[in-house]
Design a protein. Sequence first.
Length: 281
Amino acid sequence: MTDGSEALKIVTWNVNSIRVRIGRIADWLRKQQPDVALLQEIKTLEAGFPRLELEALGYQAEIWGEPSYNGVAILSRLPMTDVARGLPGPVEDNEARWIEATVAGIRVVSVYVPNGTSIGSDRFAFKLAYFGRMQARTRTLLDSDQPFVIGGDFNVGPYPIDVYDPQELEGTVCYHKDERQGWRALAFEGLTDAWRALNPRGTDYSWWPYQGRALQADHGLRIDHLMLSPELADRLTAAGIDREERLGKQASDHAPVWCTIGPLPSNRQSLGHRPQAATAA
């Protein structure tokens, strides 16, 4: 598989505490068999990470954790190399939000973008600056000519079609014009939103709050994304959101979002995909 001759299934999932939900996570991995899982909000350090349970399923894990907050991980059924923790750039922070590794010749990134807390706050400014830092890293990855995917909880619904009530939510955290601009600036570097590329007019969400029967009313947001480099966009064959995993006891408030990258075509040069922009912000 390291030569791109077989398909690769990649999932991103904000698990909202891996220790609380390891039973459900293990069951889903066992059934769906993704090759790579990009996890966010693991909310634990190495000592509390359920490594043995995941290894029993055939996954090795690289994590960057924090106690009780944040934390990102990459699970892989294939060897991982060149692991890096932290978003590169002139600003150093200790929040565990970004981890990279190379799997099967692909650079894979798990990211947990800051929520932003409230409009006008220092945390909101930090979120917007984080998008700028992600854009700079994306340019570096594009210049490297290595195929890559950035998957995670971006904490923004990019377009009106991605939120249950764009008029009501306009100007709030996760659907503010400045956040949407940050996401688009990242996408317009040349990345493809995997789910939207295959569902140009589809309405589905990846997050529903626990409060107020939001899931039953389908008051959700599509804030979890798999962003593909042009080389991988050319190989995108399938994508989905497993909203069934949001149901039942001990569910995360996020659903897994997945895509399948097909085999590398022989004697074919990547043409790349432009981001979807059919719906105005």
